[in-house]
Design a protein around this ligand. Structure first.
Ligand code: AMP
Ligand code: FE
Ligand code: FE
Ligand code: ZN
Length: 282
């Protein structure tokens, strides 16, 4: 079984529509894919509708941007019941609104020095429900300021850039609890992705999330080198949680390819056994 538990669509900052993502999952010979858009579940229904045609099982998920002491923490939430997630969905709606303000402020700062407008950014975002730096990156690419998203992230958009602006993100321990309360299964995304930011989530913060019900740490991920993967596995063993592996596919927005990292079937079986929502099968 080929199981990839982390992928984005154009509903957040990927470039494939949810149904295109399901087609890409079929071509990548996946048996199971999780749709985990940032801070929104608006792509779930379209992806679900593509299951029968593609033959790929769908895990409905989300990747929630959290913040702990100023450090960004990404929490994957799988198969929670939206009807019992009122509080969580409220936090996400606040975060998306804060992201809009933040991108507008970042764009205003950059527009003082480079030829881009807010309109350019919204054009790039298209129908996305969650606005993020990748959309701003796409506007910079279109304006010829940088050659690609990655170049934007290592220059104007990096967290230490004078153009960078934070947004209001919820606490990861609170979000871990809310995912569990809604019948979902929480997994910490890429906990040792060193290149992304100056500070990584601390072991203390991870322990607090485990206390709150964390199921697993994402170990196999493109942003983890061999040493980081080993470290995450050791930490997971020490804390008594599982590990997952995933691509974090974003379509053409990133080099990550579907299926480049996979989750063990036994871990997947445990995960879905703990969840309130069902996997959607062909
Ligand atoms: P934001 O949540 O708006 O601060 O933007 C962070 C998002 O940008 C992450 O979820 C990644 O998907 C994306 N991202 C981060 N680094 C890069 C990169 N080097 N190239 C392309 N996308 C990136
Ligand atoms: Fe992303
Ligand atoms: Fe992430
Ligand atoms: Zn992701």
């Amino acid at each position: 079984m080929r199981i990839d538990l982390h992928a984005h669509s154009a509903v957040s900052d990927g470039t494939d529509t949810p149904s295109e993502l399901m087609g890409a999952a079929q071509r990548a010979q996946l048996d199971v894919v999780a749709l985990t858009d940032h801070d929104t579940i608006a792509g779930w229904d379209e992806a679900a509708a593509a299951v029968a045609n593609t033959g790929v099982s769908l895990v409905r998920g989300i990747e929630i941007s959290c913040s702990a002491d100023g450090v960004t923490v990404h929490l994957l939430g799988y198969l929670f019941n939206p009807e019992r997630a009122g509080q969580l969905l409220g936090l996400l709606s606040d975060a998306r609104a804060s992201r809009v303000q933040r991108i507008e402020e970042m764009t205003a700062r950059i527009a003082r020095d480079y030829p881009i407008t807010l309109q350019d950014v919204y054009r790039q975002a298209g129908d996305a429900k969650t606005l993020g730096r990748p959309h701003l990156a796409d506007a910079l690419v279109a304006a010829g300021v940088v050659p690609n998203r990655s170049a934007a992230f290592t220059s104007l958009l990096k967290t230490s850039s004078p153009y960078y602006v934070r947004y209001q993100a919820p606490d990861p321990v609170v979000v871990t609890e809310l995912v569990r309360q809604a019948g979902g299964v929480p997994v910490l995304a890429h906990p040792r992705a060193a290149a992304r930011q100056r500070r990584m989530v601390s072991v203390e913060a991870i322990k607090a999330m485990v206390q709150a019900g964390l199921f697993a740490l994402e170990a196999d991920h493109r942003d983890h080198n061999e040493a980081a993967r080993l470290q995450v596995r050791e930490l997971a063993a020490e804390l008594g949680v599982e590990t997952t592996g995933s691509s974090d596919y974003h379509g053409d927005g990133k080099p990550n390819r579907l299926g480049e990292n996979l989750t063990a079937p036994a871990v997947y079986e445990q995960l879905i056994a703990q969840a309130e929502l069902q996997v959607i099968r062909p």
